[in-house]
Structure formats: structure tokens, C-alpha cells
Ligand binder design. Structure first.
Ligand code: GLA
Length: 402
């Protein structure tokens, strides 16, 4: 008994210092916020970030859960004689900008690359990882997107020209290095890996402290891109969830294009619904000061956001497809489920509606649910006909009957 007590004590003494020195976990649910790239790309300025932060507060997005305001590529200037990276003329004072975003009750994110240059050709972090991480922490940065880009030719292909495996080891080591540098600052910082899904990133990113990782190449504001990326998420469910080494760990099918380009209302709604089903990070990427009310309503639909932010953190599965109709199911906490029926095609003739097979969804008999886009109750029956416009979606939450 005494020996047992001593061993328990020893175990506690061993665990405690590790626990107390570790940072509080971040991103226990998929991160929500806004990122500058999809709309502003290389033109983003300090003013755009401040304006976007103001809008997030005034348009209801903050209350709906959008917290991170993330500066993507093109903020960087040159390094000074001590190697300290300066922001460029578009960003006169990064610390003041971070303070401003924080003063709104929001968090701020930044962007860099493990290579010498970022994707847009600005200064990367190669050889300055600790220095940059320290500077981010001093500025009060809460989130880092770390984008592979020039690391591929400058390091991977140069150091291991004909050895793919060695190249991948170099890549993993580069992400590990930045993760350790961020940890060493003592500030909880979300780590977002951006290397387009190479080398089954979902298998190794959580262990090195990654909170999210891009699973594909870049998204674009058109249906083809959105649907292609959606189809590439199958099989990745088991890698997403809360409670990893650095908090939550999520597959990232890339930032939202809701409200961008020429996406129709149905396409915007489907895109948002499906990203929520996927437990994807919800990072809006549109022009917030000029957002139409219909886009605001999509981005702040609390019922849809609740699917994404469900504490169970289970990513949806595509249960079956029939022609151009896909049926997805997401397990939620408390025994609830969400089902999404997507007409991925551009049209559907009313003479041959889709009939839902509830057995495939594991539903028994007739069940009542909530249509999350109309807000109305809906009865789900086996073999029921479902008529959907092109690229539109029926999204239903079914709570466990008491
Ligand atoms: C890559 C990333 C994008 C964006 C740009 C910036 O293409 O995948 O999300 O960050 O770089 O240059």
C-alpha cells in the first residue's frame, strides 16, 4: 500500500512539472475568425486589418464565435543588422496593431514560412525561427500560419535532391523547430501548418503540436474548387479532434470563400454547411466592410456554427452518394446527429427527385429534426423525396429524443 502511495506520488511529481510548464491548450474546437488572403491577397494593409476587426465586432461575427483576425502573407519587410524582422510600410507598427485587435476582445494571427521566402516572395523565417517566435510573442500574436513554399526548393530539393523521404524529414523537422520555438516563448499560440497535405501531414502534425493543417492545395472562389476539396476530405475523420498535445487538432480544407467571387447563395450556403460538417476551421476570407446581409446571415448562422464547434469534435463522413447527390453525417455530443444532403450538380429535374435512404444513415423510423437553414422542424422519413436546387443543401440536426 505504502509502495503504491509512493509510486503514485512519484508519478505525480513527474507529471506536474511537465503540466505546469506546458501552455494552456488552444483550439479545442476548430479555430474561428477571418484571414486577409482570400480577398485582399498581397494588398492587405494595417487599415484593412483594423477595419476588419471593427466589422467583426459590429456585424455580429464576434458574438457568433469569430475570434482570430489573421494577417496572411505580405506584411514582412527586411531584417535589420541584428536579424530582427521589420514589417513593411503597409504595417507601420505591428505591436500597436496587435494591441488594437486585442482591445476589441479579439485575437491576432500572423503568417510566415520555414523557407527563406514566403509564397509571395517576402521574408521567411529560415535560420531565424527562435528570433521570430520571440518577436511574435512580444507583439502578442496568438496564431501562426506557417507556409512551406520556398522551403521546398531552398532546403528540401537542395539538401536531398533525389531522396523524397529525406525531403519529408527535413520538412517535418522544420515544422517541429518552429513549434518548439513557439512553445519556448511561453505564450499559447495556435500553430497552423500549410504544406498542402504532403506526406500525410495529419499523421504527424498533432504530435509536434500542430493545431490544424491544410489537407489540399489552395481553395478558389468557385464551386469546382470547393467541391474538389470537399471530396478530398474523406478518410481524414479520425485525425481531427480536441485534446491533442497542444490542444485541438483539425484537418484544414482551407479558408472560407463565402461571399467571394461569383458564388451563388446556394453555393455559399453549401460551402459553409459542409465546412461546419467537416469540423473545419471557420476562417472567413471576404470583404467584411462591404459584406451583403445575406452573406452575414450565412456566416453567423448559430445552428450551423454549433455543428462545427460541437465539443465532441467529430468530423463528418460521406455516408453515400447517388448520382450527383451526396449524403453526409456528423456525430454530435449528447447523441445528436447532423445530416447534410447536397445536390452537387448544377441542376436536377423535378421529374426524378432524390429519395433518402435513412437506413444507410442509421436512423430508425420517422424522426423529427431541425432544418438549419429555414429554422423549421422537419420530419425525416425513409425513402422521402428531396428536391434540391443545383448546388444547394438540406442541413438537418436531429437531437436524441428524450
Ligand atoms: C499559399 C497558401 C495561401 C496563402 C498564400 C500567400 O498559396 O496556401 O493560403 O497563404 O500562400 O502567399
Amino acid at each position: 500500500m505504502r509502495r503504491l502511495a509512493l509510486s503514485v506520488l512519484a508519478l505525480i511529481c513527474f507529471i506536474l512539472p511537465v503540466r505546469t510548464s506546458a501552455q494552456s491548450p488552444v483550439a479545442q474546437t476548430p479555430p474561428m475568425g477571418w484571414n486577409s488572403w482570400n480577398y485582399f491577397s498581397g494588398k492587405v494593409t494595417d487599415k484593412d486589418i483594423r477595419d476588419s476587426a471593427d466589422q467583426i465586432v459590429s456585424n455580429g461575427m464576434k458574438d457568433a464565435g469569430y475570434i482570430y483576425v489573421n494577417i496572411d502573407d505580405t506584411w514582412q519587410g527586411k531584417r535589420d543588422a541584428n536579424g530582427v524582422l521589420q514589417a513593411n510600410e503597409k504595417f507601420p507598427d505591428m505591436k500597436a496593431l496587435a494591441d488594437y485587435v486585442h482591445s476589441k476582445g479579439l485575437k491576432i494571427g500572423i503568417y510566415s514560412s520555414p523557407g527563406p521566402k514566403t509564397c509571395a516572395g517576402y521574408e521567411g523565417s529560415l535560420g531565424h525561427e527562435e528570433q521570430d517566435a520571440k518577436m511574435y510573442a512580444e507583439w502578442g500574436i496568438d496564431y501562426l500560419k506557417y507556409d512551406l513554399c520556398s522551403f521546398i526548393p531552398a532546403v528540401m530539393q537542395k539538401q536531398a535532391p533525389d531522396d523524397k523521404a529525406a525531403q519529408m524529414h527535413l520538412m517535418i523537422a522544420a515544422y517541429d523547430k518552429m513549434s518548439k520555438a513557439l512553445k519556448a516563448t511561453g505564450r499559447p499560440i495556435v500553430l497552423s501548418l500549410c504544406q498542402y497535405g504532403w506526406d500525410a501531414v495529419w499523421e504527424w502534425a498533432p504530435a509536434l503540436g500542430g493545431n490544424l493543417w491544410r489537407t489540399t492545395g489552395d481553395i478558389q472562389a468557385n464551386w469546382n474548387s470547393i467541391y474538389t476539396i470537399l471530396s478530398q476530405q474523406e478518410g481524414l475523420q479520425k485525425y481531427a479532434g480536441p485534446n491533442g498535445p497542444n490542444g485541438g487538432h483539425w484537418n484544414d480544407p482551407d479558408m472560407l470563400e463565402v461571399g467571394n467571387g461569383k458564388l451563388s447563395r446556394a453555393e455559399n450556403r453549401s460551402h459553409f454547411s459542409l465546412w461546419a460538417m467537416l469540423s473545419a476551421p471557420l476562417l472567413a476570407g471576404n470583404d467584411l466592410p462591404h459584406m451583403k446581409p445575406e452573406i452575414n446571415a450565412i456566416l453567423t448562422n448559430r445552428d450551423v456554427i454549433a455543428l462545427d464547434q460541437d465539443p465532441l469534435g467529430k468530423q463528418a463522413d460521406r455516408v453515400y452518394s447517388e448520382g450527383e447527390v451526396d449524403v453526409w453525417k456528423k456525430q454530435l455530443s449528447g447523441g445528436a446527429v447532423a445530416i447534410a444532403i447536397l445536390n452537387a450538380g448544377s441542376d436536377r429535374q423535378s421529374t426524378h427527385p432524390f429519395h433518402l435512404d435513412t437506413k444507410k444513415l442509421g436512423l430508425r423510423g420517422t424522426v423529427k429534426g431541425k432544418d438549419l437553414w429555414t429554422g423549421k422542424e422537419i420530419e425525416i422519413k425513409d425513402n422521402m423525396p428531396i428536391e434540391l436546387n443545383g448546388r444547394d443543401i438540406l442541413l438537418v440536426r436531429i437531437d436524441k429524443s428524450k
